[in-house]
Design a binder for this molecule. Structure first.
Ligand SMILES: *Cc1c(COP(=O)(O)O)cnc(C)c1O
Length: 225
């Protein structure tokens, strides 16, 4: 598990370098496209927080793994279709892709039905990219208020995926500013290539896949799941 140990070490070093409290950054090991055989050694090494980007793929592999690790902390980091809300809320402990009013209403309805709700992150489209999911930065305050104050949802933070090929730090800084302005304590930002820069700018949850598991064969693209 050298990948996991290396990433853990790099996170602790970045915390020290950037004056962040030790263990203030939580590692989400992104296991999308990887099967149980690749995941089990991480569970054996003590890793409990994992991320998946498709509901169906997660449903196929995690129930069996969870029975061996009841303290698992499973995060949905990919887009969520409203009609998969029930399945997602039955499986995941946190959802990072709350990105539109219709989904917020579906989550609130299901939360009322089952009497609990995963921790929620509002996804912000910091680069205002037309093809990318997320609330536009200008709409973030209003959407957070609607989710939290009108629908009563447990919004804990914000999440972003910066545009490919541009320096990510301005996007991380924008997300941190929006979170602070809205009194949100969690920031889901930073992937294999840039988690140290994200930690410098306040990330509390980094989502790291390939640096732990190796390069994915399939893209693991963020298609709706
Ligand atoms: C795949 C994925 C990651 C992890 O990406 P790596 O570059 O493999 O670390 C992080 N966040 C989201 C939303 C993803 O889909």
């Amino acid at each position: 598990m050298s990948g996991l140990a290396d990433v853990e070490r790099a996170i602790r070093r970045a915390e020290a370098d950037y004056n962040r409290p030790r263990d203030s950054v939580r590692l989400i090991a992104v296991s999308k496209t990887y099967g149980a055989d690749a995941i089990r050694p991480l569970l054996d090494a003590g890793q409990r927080r994992f991320g998946e980007n498709r509901v169906q793929e997660a449903q196929a592999k995690w129930p069996a793994l969870r029975s061996a690790a009841p303290d698992l902390d499973l995060h949905l980091i990919g887009p969520l279709q409203s009609n998969k809300t029930r399945d997602a809320m039955a499986l995941f402990d946190a959802i990072h892709s709350l990105d539109r009013p219709k989904l917020a209403r579906a989550i609130a309805e299901e939360a009322a039905r089952i009497g609990r709700c995963p921790d929620l992150f509002v996804q912000v489209n910091t680069g205002a990219e037309p093809q990318k999911a997320g609330i536009l930065p200008a709409d973030a305050d209003g959407f957070v208020a609607e989710c939290r104050d009108v629908l009563g949802l447990p919004v804990v933070g914000l999440m972003c995926i910066p545009p490919i090929g541009l320096p990510p730090s301005p996007h991380f800084a924008m997300l941190a500013m929006l979170a602070q302005r809205n009194g949100l304590s969690c920031l889901s930002m930073g992937m294999s290539a840039d988690f140290e820069a994200a930690i410098q700018l306040g990330a509390t949850h980094v989502r790291v896949g390939s640096a732990i598991f190796g390069e994915r064969r399939s893209s693991g693209a963020t298609v709706p799941g």
